[in-house]
Write a new protein. Sequence first.
Length: 318
Amino acid sequence: MTNDRRMSLGTQLVAWASAILLSGGLVTSALAHGHEDEDADAPAKADEPAKEEAKGPNTGRVSFSITNDFTNVYFFRGIRQERNGFIWQPYFDVAFKLWESETAPVRGVTLGMGVWNSLHTRKTLSSGSGPSNLYETDFYPSLTLDLPGGFQTAFTYYVYTGPNGSFKTVQEFDAAVSYDDSELLGKWAMAPSVTFALETEKTSFGGKRGSWVGPKIEPTLLSLEGDKFSMAVTAPIEAGFAIDNYYEETGTPRHEKTFGYVSAGVTASVPISCIPSDFGSWSLSVTGRGFYLNNALARVNSNDRWYPQVVGSLGFSY
């Protein structure tokens, strides 16, 4: 974004939870007489589903995650925010599973809330009106619907704020659709998704509120699963396009750019298996990617059309 606004989507969290109902029967003394062997086996059989279902420490309808990202550069949809100094981006998400069904037209409904931050040692655009290192704090309630056939749609309202006075609050409404194609394509699954964004207050770039669309795929290159070591390697590829007034440059006349950026890279992630599952699921990941920017975004990025990014991430979920 420009000085008017900065933010990175915090990755939205959709959390899964399940409830278990165990049932059993009491056998009267009259029925027990003559069927003692069968009754003795009943408790063991009743316990089998419980052992299968109760995997992981959290089997309820509320889940949360905490993630810490560390990066050399902060881009928001190709718009450079900062590329010098140390950048730490911690964020927190909580999700409430409101509805689940295996047969209904809507298979699941999840209500979520998240807070995302970006802290910079360079005190980017600090005006002295707040914590100088806290460049950005964002709030985003969300509603996610699980649909048949592996489809999912999410609606999120973002409020992007600049606590250090770096920019005025920007707000937007996002709608995203994703498709789990793992059953269809197996190891060749592409995990496609597309996000539409509509600015409702202020703007991220240029002088007018705009709208944006971003398609993304993330095919799996390698998946290793073992008792002592597991690893997944994926290749995230995404692009950003202006629908209307998103990548326009100010001035006379205004220049609207439909194409904004494209990025491609590789992500390697491993679970931290040495931490007991009772303490949640922990993971480490490293992402290396390259950005290719349009002319307007390159000018914001010190005239560098190409730029590399490395992100290290430590995550926890429960």
